[in-house]
Ligand binder design. Structure first.
Ligand SMILES: [Zn+2]
Length: 102
């Protein structure tokens, strides 16, 4: 389960289940592009792959530094995605690595 903390969605650590806001850090290598996360409580680290098969109209979550946004994919480019925020109707470009298929 995830819950809201301010404008962010907090997610549980896969190991100790403590919920925290974690926007992750991108790590791009020749082999694979991943986002790394680290739990401050138990020091567990884990990864998720960068989404590579996003389509227009997909429902996504975007972990921005100042908020967690939920919206619909409008356009997809190599390393960025245009998303329409479901709440505000605002359309904005975000970095691909921040986007999670929802
Ligand atoms: Zn943990």
């Amino acid at each position: 389960m995830s819950r809201l903390i301010g404008a962010h969605t907090a997610d549980p650590c896969p190991k100790c289940l403590v919920e925290e806001v974690r926007t992750g850090s991108p790590s791009f290598t020749q082999e694979r592009d991943v986002i790394s996360y680290r739990c401050d409580r138990c020091r567990h680290t884990w990864f998720r792959p960068v989404e590579n098969d996003l389509d227009v109209y997909d429902t996504v979550r975007v972990d921005l530094p100042d908020t967690t946004l939920y919206g619909t994919v409008w356009q997809v480019e190599d390393d960025r995605v245009q998303v329409r925020d479901t709440n505000s109707g605002r359309v904005l470009w975000v970095e691909l690595w921040r986007v999670i298929l929802y």
